[in-house]
Design a binder for this molecule. Structure first.
Ligand code: ATP
Ligand code: MG
Length: 659
């Protein structure tokens, strides 16, 4: 390993949590089972995936399995190419016989007094009715439909109804602005938008329909012929006669049966945009057979899902986590999935735990941003709930700082529940690197081991594959069924983004370290790597060292131009409820960095940040912080995916002047 690749300082020995016997005994995979199955998946991908595809109901079973190439001149990703199936039929119809009366979706409203259970039979009927309504509106196989919806059961129904008739859904997060909606309607060439009058989050109403109205005045959106509107709040909206249609009016007239369209395995199932952390979001195209096989298999093994358990994924349906682990994975597996309309801290900071108790949730899958937000309020924040029903916890979306991991484990999971830290991307369709609860010892901050069929590798900047203990850029050597097939309407960008950095492998854009045990640690995004006096440093380790300090709730580190070091270290720190900013605290934080990471990691500038700029999915947007640190505040780049632009203004105003 060259000096360039080395981290500034060997990381401290992590605490290891061994697999609990009680969990291994009942798990779908224990250590040996995982090892054998993983080896099989790598030695014989064709055989392995042919078998796994049988998790699904096929109208025509596939006879060709894998046809893939990562060669940059002829990228080809095709799985189960001659198979035919329907996604909605797999999520619904095949469960009717044995679990028609079982709850498919538990819906918990923003208002804690509001909740509902929807059985598989009911979800089936509602999906068929909407599917018939879509047809009545002239939507058919191959059309794209944009969904801009609250977290209400109709969002799931809409996805499944599209899938039932072979229409391609493009779900966009219900917090986006009219411009962002317009871009995506145009990008997908959607003839129909499904929305609601308003959504309700944290007691506030968000004018979804108004935003759609505004979006559809933008150039390029003329393709949209109808807007289907769910009445959620009954709030005031404008009505465009001839274009707008009430959901309940058109749906209630429809028949309860709608035949499921036979789709080719490689027909598109959905378009989904990335979070926009590093640049302009990409609309990934996912197809049917491979995606569903992968979503179902990962949900089964990573969450060790057993029949009857209540599974709660807190992600919004507008993100890939919401697609694969709120809707498709759980429903494919006949699970009971919980959908929550609101925010985890409303009306009180204890809401998340209260929901767990109320619905006896067994598996809770959330994001580091939510964990850190709760942690900032101290250990007592969970006092209003027991969370005794929980068996397993999960995390996704960003590296989870070891400190946040430990807090999640201790306070939310009562030191009883394993945590699966799952690394994956919109592009990957499903979880790629994660522990299996019955098989993998846990290390706080590490996503640990590759899932079945996944061959991760670490490359240096010259394209040399590094063996053993190593740090560099994370790539994947061979295709897996859940992989995105293209960027919608821009295959060239797909090839150049993922297959041009290194030829013949999939480039993830993330930095990664593999330790001596073979466990993987995501070190942050390659775009965010710092280079201080020739030392490359990922963001995760530095930020984790800061979050480990009791005063710090959240931290973000970026490099800025520095005359001597090349890059200086600029740190933004958000303090917890009980801490106050002071020069003494800055000094103390700098000392902690020196102690934990070495003198190379001593920050040049620390700025107090009341909050950090985040994507709508809750991830820290370091590219904007980098601009502020470099004093390039008038060229912030694409800010359309920013959750709260005022956070940026505040940081600019208070930025630390440097020469
Ligand atoms: P964009 O691609 O537009 O910049 P994004 O990468 O944030 O946005 P997503 O596809 O939602 O969009 O996120 C995937 C990324 O999230 C991964 O590439 C990685 O950087 C980060 N990530 C997800 N899960 C984990 C995890 N468990 N540990 C570390 N990082 C993670
Ligand atoms: Mg990305």
């Amino acid at each position: 390993m060259s000096e360039q690749q080395q981290s500034p300082h060997a990381p401290q020995q992590p605490h290891v949590y061994p697999v609990r016997d009680a969990i291994a005994a009942n798990a779908w995979a224990d250590q040996q089972h995982y090892a054998a199955m993983y080896q099989r998946s790598i030695d014989d991908p064709e055989g392995f995936w042919a078998e796994q595809a049988r998790r699904l109901d096929w109208i025509k079973a596939p006879t060709t399995i894998k046809n893939t190439s990562f060669d940059r001149d002829s990228v080809e990703i095709s799985w189960f190419a001659d198979g035919e199936l329907n996604a909605a039929a797999n999520c619904l119809d095949r469960h009717l016989q044995h679990r028609g009366d079982q709850t498919a979706i538990i819906w918990e409203g923003d208002d804690p007094a509001d909740s509902r259970h929807i059985t598989y039979a009911e979800l089936y009927q509602r999906t068929n009715q909407l599917a018939n309504a879509l047809k009545a509106l002239g939507i058919g196989k191959g059309d794209t439909v944009t969904l801009y919806m609250p977290m209400i059961p109709e969002a799931a129904v809409a996805m499944l109804a599209c899938a039932r008739i072979g229409a391609v859904h493009s779900v966009i997060f219900g917090g986006f602005s009219p411009d962002a909606i317009a871009q995506r309607v145009k990008g997908a060439q959607s003839r129909l938008v499904i929305t609601a009058d308003e959504s309700v989050r944290g007691g506030k109403h968000v004018p979804l329909k108004d935003n759609v109205d505004a979006a559809l005045t933008r150039e390029g959106t003329e393709v949209c012929e109808n807007v289907l509107v769910v009445q959620r709040t009954g709030g005031d909206i404008d009505w465009h006669a001839g274009r707008d249609v009430w959901y309940h009016e058109v749906v209630e007239k429809q028949g309860l049966e709608c035949p499921a369209e036979a789709m080719n395995a490689e027909d598109p199932l959905f378009i989904l945009y990335t979070s926009g952390s590093t640049g302009a979001p990409k609309g990934l195209k996912h197809t049917t057979g491979g995606y569903l096989t992968y979503a179902s298999l990962t949900h089964h093994y990573v969450f060790d899902y057993h029949a009857g358990e209540v599974f709660w994924c807190t992600a919004d349906v507008g993100w890939v986590t919401g697609h694969s682990y709120l809707i498709y994975g759980p429903l494919l597996n006949g699970a009971t999935t919980l959908m929550f309309e609101g925010v985890p801290t409303y009306p009180t900071h204890g809401r998340m735990g209260e929901i767990v108790d109320k619905h006896q949730v067994n598996i809770l899958y959330t994001a580091p941003t939510a964990v850190r937000a709760l942690m900032a309020h101290g250990d007592r924040v969970m006092d209003s709930s027991s969370r005794e029903s929980l068996r397993l916890l999960g995390s996704a979306g960003e590296p989870i700082n070891p400190e946040a991991w430990e807090w999640f484990y201790r306070v939310i999971g009562n030191e009883r529940c394993p945590i699966v830290d799952t690394w994956w991307q919109t592009e990957t369709g499903g979880i790629m690197i994660a522990p299996l609860p019955g098989a993998t010892p846990l290390k706080p901050g590490s996503a640990t081991r590759p899932f079945f069929g996944i061959k991760p590798a670490i490359m240096d900047s010259e394209g040399q594959q590094l063996e053993g203990e190593a740090e560099g850029n994370l790539v994947v050597l061979d295709s897996w069924p859940g992989q995105a097939r293209s960027i919608w309407g821009d295959h060239e960008r797909f090839v150049s983004t993922y297959f041009s950095t290194y030829d013949g492998v999939y480039f993830t854009g993330d930095g990664c370290r593999r330790d001596a045990d073979g466990d993987y640690w995501i070190t942050g995004r390659v775009d965010d790597v710092l280079n201080v006096s020739g030392h490359r440093m990922g963001t995760a380790e530095i930020e984790s060292a800061l979050v480990a300090h009791e005063a710090v709730a959240e931290a973000a580190v970026v490099g800025y131009p520095h005359a001597i070091k090349g890059q200086g270290i600029y740190i933004y720190v958000t303090l917890g409820d009980d801490a106050a900013p002071s020069e003494a605290l800055k000094k103390e934080l700098a000392q902690c960095m020196r102690r934990d990471l070495g003198s190379i990691a001593v920050p040049d500038i620390i700025q107090w940040a009341p909050s950090l700029p985040k994507t709508r999915s809750g991830k820290i947007m370091r590219r904007i912080l980098r601009k502020i640190a470099a004093n390039e505040c008038d060229s912030l780049g694409d800010t359309s995916t920013l959750a709260d632009p005022s956070v940026v203004d505040e940081l600019i105003e208070q930025r630390e002047i440097h020469s």
